[in-house]
Design a protein around this ligand. Structure first.
Ligand SMILES: [Zn+2]
Length: 471
């Protein structure tokens, strides 16, 4: 039993269950500081932090007392690009092949929020939650869900052409067919609770470039309407030409890193584009796990990664092991010579990760803030399980040269500032929502500290990490 589990057992027996809580003897690791602060007490009431003190606070009334001795208390992470309505290895929950396996989808949906919490992700932003995202918030313990409204663009373009739907009218409630649609649709989106707008600039994967794009006029009115409502516009783009269009229109956040480019000798040819990102203060989501997930999905043996076990329901893992998600590996491999070994194909996707890391290293080296954003599952990749994927994204950011402190800030302060949430999330201070984690190791020092979580606190509710494991 861990120290904090012991402390919980001792104190919980003496009190009534309550989300009001005092944490004592804890080291606060709040990312707006440069270093942790030892020996603090924190009081939480009605889901928010109300008091922080260097003197020990007493529990009052029904408040639970938690001993934080030897632990770091950090704000929970936000993954600013996570898809709640997609199942790893299956795709969109309501469409085939996922809709052919309702029991597996249900078991994934029950585990998804728990897996995120298991890895300390207490908020997710879903840029394209489709319909049916309530399945996520209906689960008993779930991270706070922040949403964009998705404008699908031309129906013969991306992403509609990738999602064979029986009825696109139902699947895309925020369709904008003409520029005149933008004002009422974006107003309705915001009234529905969206905090941002998602658009797509994708003319084809790899070398292909024949899919139609949203018109310049429509992009401009969407931007103007969204800006008037303080809603950032997130744009799907990962190639230089698509980035240039987004930058020409002043769209606020690149929802993917820039990894789709040729890499000859010398300086990467993306510097000019990245300089425009920096000069225009455009938000940047590296999403290194997109290509990382594709590489893993075709790589033989990837399912043997022991990190998958705590976050993948056993029936879903059995399904993968029996070849249930191989269709997507075959689809990926079909773009390569038939006799090319899968390891080699995986390495080619891996070069995409390296190009994304190279772009990230450049931005980061120039002091441009980036957001923690995994885009999981993104495509039907079995290895991109929720929560774990966020951790793998952080480890890939670390490989690209970002320090543990910078990565910590990318998952807290940077996202909160981008989306106007800086008085709600991302710090340990009075007034902030009490979505927190207790870690054994110092998150200012090493990214692997995020592998040492032992308690998650969700709006004041204390959750032992082990209770969140998949079954
Ligand atoms: Zn995405």
């Amino acid at each position: 039993m861990s120290i904090s589990a012991l402390a919980l057992a001792l104190f919980a027996a003496q009190t009534f269950p309550s989300d009001d809580l005092v944490i004592r003897n804890v080291t606060i690791a709040s990312p707006e500081r440069d270093a942790p602060l030892e020996g603090q007490s924190v009081r939480i009431r009605d889901g928010r932090i109300v008091e922080i003190s260097a003197a020990p606070l007493e529990a009052q009334g029904e408040e639970m007392l938690l001993d934080g001795q030897g632990r770091y208390l950090a704000p929970g992470l936000t993954d600013s690009h996570h898809h709640v309505s997609f199942v790893p290895g299956m795709g969109a929950a309501g469409l085939p092949p996922a809709s052919n396996h309702p029991a597996l989808v249900a078991s994934y949906m029950a585990q998804q929020p728990r897996s995120l919490l298991y890895h300390g992700v207490t908020q997710v932003l879903d840029p394209a939650p489709l319909t049916g995202w309530e399945v996520f918030t209906d689960q008993p313990q779930h991270p706070d869900l922040l949403r964009c409204g998705e404008v699908p663009g031309p129906h013969d373009g991306y992403p509609v052409n990738q999602r064979a739907s029986e009825n696109p009218e139902d699947a895309y409630p925020y369709d904008i067919d003409t520029p005149e649609d933008a004002a009422p649709v974006i107003a309705r989106m915001q009234a529905d609770g969206a905090i941002c707008v998602k658009v797509y600039l994708e003319d084809g994967f790899g070398a292909a470039s024949d899919w139609p794009l949203m018109s310049d006029e429509t992009l401009d009115v969407i931007k103007a309407e969204a800006e008037a409502r303080n809603m950032p516009v997130l744009v799907h783009a990962n190639a230089i030409d698509m980035y240039q269009i987004a930058l020409d229109h002043g769209l606020g956040v690149m929802a993917h890193g820039l990894w789709n480019w040729q890499w000859p000798e010398g300086e990467p040819p993306v510097v000019e584009t990245l300089d425009r990102v920096i000069a225009s203060d455009t938000g940047y989501m590296p999403t290194l796990r997109v290509m990382g997930g594709l590489a893993d999905h075709v790589r033989p043996g990837a399912l043997d990664n022991p990190d998958l076990e705590p976050v993948t329901p056993s029936d879903l893992m059995t399904f993968y092991r029996e070849g249930g998600a191989d269709w997507f590996a075959d689809e990926l491999a079909s773009d390569f010579p038939a006799d090319m070994p899968r390891e080699e194909i995986a390495d080619i996707f891996g070069f995409g990760v390296q190009r994304g890391q190279r772009a990230l290293a450049y931005l980061h080296g120039e002091g441009h803030p980036v957001m923690l954003a995994s885009d999981c599952p993104g495509s039907p990749t079995a290895s991109n399980q929720p929560g774990l994927c966020t951790l793998l994204e952080m480890e890939a950011m670390s490989e690209a040269g970002m320090s543990a402190t910078e990565i910590f800030r990318s998952g807290t302060l940077t996202i909160a500032a981008q989306f106007g949430l800086e008085s709600e999330y991302g710090q340990i201070a009075p007034g902030f929502i009490a979505n927190l984690v207790l870690l054994e190791d110092n998150p200012f020092e090493t990214v692997s500290a995020w592998r040492s979580i032992d308690v998650v606190i969700l709006r004041g509710e204390v959750i032992e990490r082990d209770s969140l494991r998949a079954r």
